[in-house]
Structures are given as structure tokens and as C-alpha cells.
Design a protein around this ligand. Structure first.
Ligand SMILES: [Zn+2]
Length: 251
């Protein structure tokens, strides 16, 4: 069965555009400052009932499969910002993630700090990653998360020139170095609930991989994702970040 994303693309209209039209997305988008729609990276919109689980630095053959099982058990789709070199090493896992309906984004080829990388090299990091991901999945890559959140203007411009919306986050903790699942969950829950009170959705970063190592231990991060799903399944809707892309050019 074709996912909504694939269907949207096949008729030349992004899934976010199709969804936006369906729920009157234009009026909603118009409430946003123009600079945020067209220039600034995507964080999280004024949709307090929505959560996006996003996973960086994979794919990870040791832990991403377990994460996929957990997401499937809740019938939830997530967003994976992949390191290009890891994707190239694990094409079957990338295919499996895409086939399960998850959204795959670009997280650069080798995870450098792009704020101190030459512009030509930035372009190479991004374009090489998109090329590999598109070759594996057969789908265009439309979202980019800069490693370490580095967002110099030329980095964001390079992403947009390659057809990608830059995506940051509004909930993160040091899950990659925190051994306690409970602490990860407690910190993220606090941030999610604060965003909720402020009328915002939450764009949550967890790490299913590590940019320096392919099969790193990610038990606490993966378990934290499961606990967040359990905690919020009755009150929130889990979305992929393309649900929040309101750029008029795509409508
Ligand atoms: Zn990263």
C-alpha cells in the first residue's frame, strides 16, 4: 500500500500540502510570521496536541530495528535524520524504515560542524547524503537537520537549494550520554508539558545512533521513546515533521 507521503509525491503535491489543504492549512500558515515560513528552520507549530518523535545519527543496526518494533506496536510514524555514511552502510535497514512509513531526513554525510565548514563542502555533505537516501528509498528527501544544530545562513540556504526544509527541535536532553531511561523521560516530559502550556507542539530529539560509530548502544534512548509513546498515546497525536511544513510553494 502506498503511504500518504508516496501518494502525495506521485501526484506532484507534497503530503504536507495535501494535508494542509484538507484541514484549511493556508489560513493556519498565514498566522505564522513570514520569516518563519520562508526563512527560519522548522521547530514546532502552535498545535499543542501534536508530538513529533525524531531520531538522529542513525541508522543503527544494533538498535534501530528494536525502535521500529516499538513504533509499530503503537502504530506511530517517526522522523529519522540519517547520517549519509551510515545509510550507505545499512541500505536494507534504510529501506525497512521507509517501508514502515517513517519519514527520512538528511543529517549530512559525516556529521561535521557545518558552521565551520566551507560552503562548497557543506553542499557536498548534503547533496551526497540526499543522493544516497533517494537511491535507496526512491523518494525525494525534503527535510534536513543540521548536525549540532549549526545553522549559519549559508547552511540553511544550501539545504533549501537542494529542496529541503531545515528542521531543528524544541525538546532535547543529553540522551546519548544518559544511562537512565527515567531521567531522559522525566526531562522530555517536563519540556513537552511546558510546550503544551504555551500552546506549542513538541519536536522531540532522541538518538538511535551515533555519528562516529555505526552500531552504538542506544538502549536508554529507545526505551525512552517507548515510554513517551505510552505516556502520551491517549492525549496526543504523533506526527512526522512533514505534517508541519506549510511553505506556500508546496501548496
Ligand atoms: Zn546528530
Amino acid at each position: 500500500m502506498l503511504s500518504p507521503l508516496a501518494t502525495g509525491i506521485s501526484i506532484g503535491l507534497g503530503a504536507a500540502g495535501a494535508a494542509g489543504l484538507a484541514v484549511g492549512g493556508y489560513a493556519y500558515a498565514a498566522m505564522w510570521p513570514a520569516s518563519r515560513i520562508f526563512g527560519r528552520p522548522l521547530l514546532a507549530p502552535k498545535r499543542p496536541g501534536e508530538l513529533a518523535l525524531t531520531f538522529d545519527d542513525g541508522p543503527n543496526p544494533a538498535w534501530t530495528p528494536r525502535l521500529l518494533e516499538i513504533l509499530a506496536s503503537y502504530d506511530v510514524r517517526a522522523t529519522f535524520f540519517m547520517v549519509g555514511s551510515h545509510a550507505q552502510a545499512e541500505p536494507e535497514l534504510v529501506r525497512q524504515i521507509a517501508a514502515a512509513g517513517h519519514l527520512i531526513g538528511n543529517h549530512s554525510w559525516s556529521h561535521p560542524n557545518l558552521a565551520v565548514t566551507r560552503a562548497s563542502q557543506v553542499r557536498e555533505e548534503l547533496s551526497r547524503t540526499s543522493a544516497v537516501l533517494e537511491e535507496i528509498t526512491g523518494k525525494p528527501v525534503r527535510f534536513f537537520r543540521p548536525p549540532f544544530g549549526a545553522r549559519r545562513p549559508y547552511v540553511l540556504r544550501a539545504a533549501r537549494e537542494l529542496g529541503m526544509t531545515p528542521v531543528l527541535w524544541n525538546a532535547m536532553t543529553s540522551d546519548w550520554k544518559e544511562p537512565s531511561t527515567e531521567k531522559i523521560v522525566a526531562r522530555l516530559t517536563k519540556t513537552i508539558d511546558r510546550n503544551q502550556r504555551r500552546g506549542r507542539a513538541t519536536n522531540i530529539v532522541l538518538h538511535d545512533g551515533n555519528h562516529m560509530e555505526l552500531a552504538v548502544f542506544r538502549g536508554p534512548s529507545v526505551a525512552a521513546a517507548g515510554q513517551l509513546l505510552e505516556h502520551y498515546k491517549g492525549t496526543h497525536r504523533f506526527v512526522t515533521v512533514d505534517a508541519w511544513s506549510f511553505e506556500r510553494a508546496r501548496l
